[in-house]
Design a protein around this ligand. Structure first.
Ligand SMILES: *[C@@H]1O[C@H](CO)[C@@H](O)[C@H](O)[C@H]1NC(C)=O
Ligand SMILES: *[C@@H]1O[C@H](CO)[C@@H](O)[C@H](O)[C@H]1NC(C)=O
Ligand SMILES: *[C@@H]1O[C@H](CO)[C@@H](O)[C@H](O)[C@H]1NC(C)=O
Length: 632
């Protein structure tokens, strides 16, 4: 798509040069004029989601921010309720917490030199993906010609995978479960007296976990597993991202880790995008900004599980390595340095390895190869996901190729809240022969949104540290009202064993792990066998009855199968996943129809003075505000 810059932007650029230090009265006049123009640019960008319009809006914002950042924030804040159809408090909370960092990045970025298109691609899906480049990493030593993978010992241990805990201490039983904010089941000032859908005491599909949901799950786990240890792939605070700051997130995190400690097993945690306050914002060394409050807080909370050298590393980077057993090492990455909504990253998009984390990872893996150790990499955002910046993901992929399968045994991530996996391949075509590594994307404890709560239990060989089975346990939240009525508790149960469910299609010998080659063959079955794909798709939402349809053979199914083979985010087929993009493609009409139906059937449900976005059941794109997506 050709990028053209409306002449208004040129005049703005000239104006900002001329008025670099305007007198107060000039400022007042100018402010009205420039913010009106900015509103036009933003409205056009969001309405059309056209690449040129988006870049033009960023340039306009930058020009005005150069004069006074508040002018931009105020203008966006005024536009936000109508454009994003969200309550004013949600808009202003997000605009004034996320906006300043985005503006600082715009001021540092070269918007016409490619950064503008990169931001518009990553944040709005409005531009085509920027070129990744062919840069190759250098490694301390070449890959061994015939890397040796040890034989399994035959002894298996239990490992629990918890992800996206998202506990909400303000969860209120009986409050509105179908509210107009990104997170429901809380008492808001404008909540209706009689809720349209009263939140159960155990959770709701529009909400994060009540404290007792996680506690109940932790009580259940020892009845089905004797975990050697657990991994926690990040995201502990709730999705009330418009009011979060460092003072609100830290006590929630500390309390949640205290609850998790009741599991009795050692837990190897990792830092998710929601651990920061404001959410997602992790400064890099190049960007400036301080996040030491978080890293030292996590170091203190995690010191019960991690050795002293790991704790020092957490304090410095939010990443660490630790060895739970001889010959075995966990490397916990801070994947917020690839997260597309970490706006600090856009100040220096040519810094392909912010904070040198990939370089650090290589050094750890080289040490592990030299010591003949087996390694698990854990992190929050999976490098396979479209919200991991493509360049970072491509570099990470090279690292996995270099150190798999003889050093990296497995990788574990979270963030999508869904029960998923992604595959890595050696050079050449993607085939069962070239598949070399698996990223296990664990499901969320939180039901947010439209999912059942769950966790995974892995059966792992104690020598190779390869996964022999992945078993997902869930509770069926659609029954929550009946648990309340009968005074019972969630029906935690085994949803499925991957070995049993998919081994039925791709037989596997008892002494073989669930290898990347086996998974590749399973993806072939998903292509050929509609029933098998539907089974996968059901498990992906933890058997939630509220998931959207994805018929076998449809574009949706093809994209999902493509994504299973896309350990590198640029290989993903769901590139235009921006919620606003979907809105532009027609979901808005559907929403209007939904609303009309609701207004007829239940006019009360639409009452409420300040409800700018009156929906019984917010759809995912509702989570995207003025381009400031709340993300997962
Ligand atoms: C920027 O604008 C705000 C609000 O309009 C105003 O209070 C502030 O003084 C301005 N700052 C400068 C440096 O002009
Ligand atoms: C990605 O990284 C390569 C170097 O590997 C570089 O040439 C290219 O410009 C980068 N792309 C972007 C969009 O930053
Ligand atoms: C995958 O399928 C190929 C045939 O396409 C077969 O040769 C190979 O043994 C299978 N591998 C696994 C692990 O299932």
């Amino acid at each position: 798509m050709r990028v053209h810059f409306p002449s208004i932007v040129l005049s703005l650029a000239i104006a900002s040069a001329v008025y670099a230090a305007p007198a107060p009265h000039v400022q007042l006049e100018k402010r009205g004029w420039v913010t009106d123009k900015l509103k036009e640019l933003f409205t056009k960008a969001i309405d059309t989601l056209e690449c040129g319009a988006c870049v033009a809006a960023l340039i306009g914002a930058k020009d005005i921010a150069f004069l006074n950042k508040n002018w931009v924030l105020d203008a966006v804040n005024e536009l936000c309720p109508a454009l994003a159809k969200m309550p004013k408090d949600v808009c202003s909370g997000l605009v004034y917490s996320q906006g300043p960092v985005m503006l600082d990045s715009l001021l540092a970025a070269s918007l016409t030199g490619g950064d503008g298109k990169a931001i518009c691609f990553h944040v709005l899906g409005a531009c085509p993906a920027p070129a990744i480049g062919s840069g190759t990493l250098t490694f301390p030593k070449p890959r061994p010609a015939n890397p040796i993978v040890p034989a399994p010992s035959g002894t298996q241990v239990d490992v629990v995978h918890l992800s996206d805990w998202h506990v909400d201490p303000e969860y209120t039983t009986g409050s509105e479960g179908a509210c107009n904010r990104p997170l429901c089941c809380r008492k808001y000032a404008d909540s209706p007296l009689t809720p349209t859908r009263a939140a159960s005491s155990w959770g709701d599909y529009n909400c994060d976990s009540p404290v007792k949901l996680g506690q109940d799950m932790l009580k259940y786990i020892p009845t089905v597993a004797k975990p050697s240890f657990a991994i926690l792939t990040g995201d502990v605070p709730p999705h009330d991202v418009w009011v979060q700051n460092k003072d609100t997130v830290r006590p929630i995190e500390t309390a949640a880790y205290n609850v998790m400690a009741s599991l009795g097993s050692n837990i190897y945690p990792t830092v998710g995008n929601h651990e920061a306050g404001p959410t997602n914002l992790f400064p890099t060394k190049a960007s400036g900004g301080d996040i030491s409050w978080l890293y030292s807080g996590l170091a203190s909370d995690w010191s019960r599980w991690l050795p002293a050298d790991a704790i020092n590393s957490v304090k410095a980077y939010g990443a660490y390595t630790a060895s739970p057993a001889p010959g075995f090492r966990i490397i916990s990455l801070n994947t917020n340095f690839c997260y597309t909504l970490n706006f600090y990253l856009y100040a220096h998009t040519k810094d392909y390895d912010p904070n040198g984390e990939i370089r650090w990872l290589i050094n750890q893996l080289q040490a592990a190869e030299d010591a003949k150790e087996r390694v698990w990499i854990i992190g929050h955002v999976s490098p396979s996901q479209t919200d991991c910046i493509q360049n970072w993901s491509a570099l990470y992929y090279q690292v996995v190729q270099r150190y798999s399968p003889h050093v990296i045994a497995e990788q574990f991530f979270g963030h999508s809240h869904r029960d998923e996996f992604a595959l890595y391949y050696g050079p050449g075509a993607k085939s069962p022969q070239s598949a070399i590594a698996t990223a296990w994307v664990g499901p969320s404890v939180s039901p947010y949104t439209d999912l059942n709560p769950g966790f995974r239990l892995y059966k792992v060989d104690s020598k190779t540290w390869n996964v022999f089975d992945s078993q997902t346990y869930i509770a069926d939240l659609s029954k929550a009202a009946s648990w309340d009525a009968s005074g019972s508790s969630p029906d935690w149960h085994l949803e499925y064993s991957a070995r049993q469910a998919y081994g039925a299609y791709v037989p596997i010998a008892a002494n073989q792990p669930l290898s990347a080659s086996w998974w590749h063959n399973v993806t072939n079955v998903f292509e050929a066998n509609g029933a098998a794909f539907q089974q996968y798709y059901k498990y992906r939402s933890k058997s939630s009855s509220r998931d959207t349809d994805c018929a076998a053979g449809s574009v949706c199914a093809k994209e999902l199968i493509c994504d299973m083979r896309a350990g590198k985010s640029s290989d993903s087929c769901t590139k235009n996943s921006s919620p606003l993009k979907k809105r532009a493609e027609g979901e808005e009409e559907q929403t209007a129809a939904d609303l009309e139906a609701l207004a007829k059937s239940d006019p009360e449900a639409l009452a409420g003075a300040d409800r700018l976005f009156k929906r019984a059941d917010p759809k995912p794109w509702n989570k995207n505000l003025c381009g400031l997506s709340i993300g997962n």
